[in-house]
Design a protein around this ligand. Structure first.
Ligand code: F6R
Length: 604
């Protein structure tokens, strides 16, 4: 949600800020803006819509200066408009602020400031920040930012510039990610590492409640009492090119095709031929006492959790509960020191998932994070971290993060089963061998991509598409349905096959499109009956089936290679991802940046 950047050094700030924002656009793309300090005055440019609009609006020679801040917005308070875009300034135009997060008490602060004579120009929560800093400013910028921060409730990562302090940018963080990139005679501030990766691999990862005073030659970190903080430099090892399209039309397509490799890399953290099962980040002794597991996540990661529940219960007999983080945090979960809380988050920054983690820790649970982003807040706060090795996922719709999350959960199930003895040695070895086949099998499924392109063309005019499945196939159907709606804007629902007759079947009429996933021999007959129920009512049905299942009741079929049904979700999701992708492209949608969405959801 919203990306922020800052630059201070010897070079022209404008191009560096725009470059950084390009890398952060996945965090929000409703509007963008930059402010540069030029000959003692703040020059601000803002534009609604994609970053390219801002680039077009900042012509040659404009906004020339070597200190600046920038922002790409995902609108929360106030529609996407120039007035609501960041940077926001105080009335005198001497202070500029970019902000990611939500100032929850902004109404209260606004009333306070208006009583003091401050006037507001936007509908945003953010605008209280420059006015508050102005109110507290008495010649020292850090002090004013700290006093303002003490008044602010909610979450924020902010960058602040002041015309009286052209030699510094002040940054602060609470519950929103922020890093400082370290250069030679120049330094950077950003929401996320990719924004600075072209310029530096050395960064400070700021913690909650910390402030940074960034000059061209120095970076000093402080706590809220202004006590200096020592932080070791984090050296980034991942490849900058991993965040490029590599000749693919879209990041999403590239990321779909990266799945065999991503799965292979993630498997290394748990299973290897001829080796005992391990689970990176976890020493079994630390969790041997666990009596139940809670999996908490949002969106796609939650769907991975549903598969995890099924598999962990089956292999270990440990009861597993799964919940959506935004629900979990506001109900009364029965958890204690004997509960292992597993949080799943690609970004490692999702606000609700982070809140669930903190709640569980307060209740004495051990927390295991499954995340893709090294050094993310969730990774840092959890007791144990298992990293998925999907590489940077740029497309807003999650694909390779999902399949690698599945691998992590299979790995955890097998690790627990081996230690608890719920599977024999021979069974463990067999499951391990089957897991090691998954990179090959996924590559095989992806080879059939072209046939899905043709199938997708049939669905371009649809208004509603239904997904059906039973057991693990139902969890896959849920994820397939989410993928379709988020990138193609076609309304879609998923149902457990047996639930149809309890209501949803009323929606089926002549020509309704139904996609049925059926990969489990044990449930095949039941699923066939459910498919017949919709066919009888005139539905067109596409079957995603395992090789050998008869195609008789389906209008079209896509076959998956034979696989242990436990692992079928890894394969069955692939045609559903591709189908959604081709439908969205066919409809002319902006696949990588679907409307109203952002990649990293750092607000509630
Ligand atoms: C959908 C999607 C979202 C995320 C969700 C959680 O394609 O990407 O549903 O899965 O916002 O994000 P993370 O995994 O970063 O916590």
């Amino acid at each position: 949600m919203c990306g922020i950047v800052g630059y201070i050094g010897q070079r022209e700030a404008k191009e560096l800020l725009l470059d950084g924002l390009k890398k952060l656009e996945y965090r929000g793309y409703d509007s963008a803006g930059i402010a540069v300090l030029q000959r003692g005055a703040l020059q601000v440019k803002r534009a609604v819509g994609r970053l390219e609009n801002l680039c077009a609006a900042t012509g040659d020679g404009e906004l020339s200066g070597t200190v600046g801040i920038g922002h790409t917005r995902w609108a929360t308070h106030g529609a996407p408009s120039v007035e609501n875009s960041h940077p926001h300034c105080n009335e005198a135009g001497t202070i500029a602020v970019v902000h990611n997060g939500i100032i929850e008490n902004h109404e209260e602060l606004k009333t306070f400031l208006m009583e003091k004579g401050y006037r507001f120009r936007s509908e945003t929560d953010t605008e209280v920040i420059p006015h508050l800093i102005d109110f507290y400013y008495q010649g020292e910028l850090l002090e004013a930012v700290q006093k303002a921060a003490r008044q602010m409730k909610g979450s924020y990562a902010v960058c602040v510039m002041h015309v009286q302090h052209p030699e510094q940018i002040v940054a602060a963080r609470k519950d929103s990610p922020l890093i400082v990139g370290l250069g030679q005679d120049e330094n950077f501030v950003a929401s996320d590492i990719p924004a600075v990766l072209k310029e530096t691999r050395d960064v400070y990862l700021l913690e909650d409640g910390e402030f940074a005073v960034v000059t061209a030659n120095d970076v000093n970190l402080y706590d809220v009492e202004k006590k200096p903080i020592q932080r070791s430099v984090y050296h980034v090892t991942f490849d900058e090119n991993a965040a490029e399209k590599d000749g693919y039309d879209h990041f999403m397509l590239k990321e779909i095709f990266e799945q065999p490799q991503a799965i292979r890399e993630t498997l290394r953290g748990c299973v290897a031929p001829g080796q005992p099962v391990v689970f990176d980040g976890v020493d079994y002794q630390d969790i041997a006492h666990i009596r139940e597991i809670f999996i908490v996540a949002c969106g796609t990661a939650y769907h991975a959790g549903l598969v995890g529940k099924n598999v962990i219960e089956r292999l270990t007999n440990i009861p597993v509960d799964v919940d959506i983080a935004s629900e979990f945090r506001y109900r009364h979960p029965i958890i204690d020191k004997d509960t292992l809380l597993v949080v799943i988050s690609q970004s490692g920054e999702t606000a609700d998932t982070l809140a669930a983690l903190r709640l569980a820790q307060r209740r004495g649970c051990r927390v295991l994070a499954v995340t893709n982003v090294v050094g993310s807040t969730i990774a840092r706060e959890a007791d144990h971290v298992f990293y998925t090795h999907a590489g940077p996922e740029i497309a807003v719709a999650s694909t390779k993060a999902y399949t690698t999350q599945l691998i992590a959960l299979y790995g955890l199930a097998l690790f627990l089963a081996e230690h608890k003895g719920t599977l024999s040695e021979a069974e463990c070895e067999m499951v391990k061998q089957e897991m090691l086949q998954l990179p090959e099998l996924t590559a095989q499924v992806l080879e059939s991509a072209e046939s899905l392109h043709t199938l997708a063309d049939k669905f371009l005019q649809e208004n509603d598409i239904f997904y059906l499945g039973r057991g693990l196939d139902h969890a896959v159907a849920m994820e397939g349905s989410l993928k379709l709606k988020e990138i193609s804007y076609i309304h879609s629902e998923s149902y457990a096959g047996g639930e149809l007759k309890h209501g949803p079947i009323a929606l089926i009429e002549e020509g309704t499109v139904v996609i049925a996933v059926s990969t489990n021999e044990r449930l095949r007959g039941k699923m066939e009956s459910n498919v017949k129920e919709v066919v009888t009512r005139g539905a067109y049905v596409l079957g995603i089936l395992t090789e050998g299942f008869p195609e008789s009741v389906f209008d079209d079929v896509f076959y998956l290679p034979e696989v242990n049904p436990l692992f079928a979700p890894v394969l069955a999701i692939l045609p559903l991802q591709l189908l959604s992708y081709y439908i969205a492209v066919g409809k002319g949608c902006d696949v990588d940046k679907p409307r109203n969405l952002a990649k990293s959801v750092t607000v509630e």
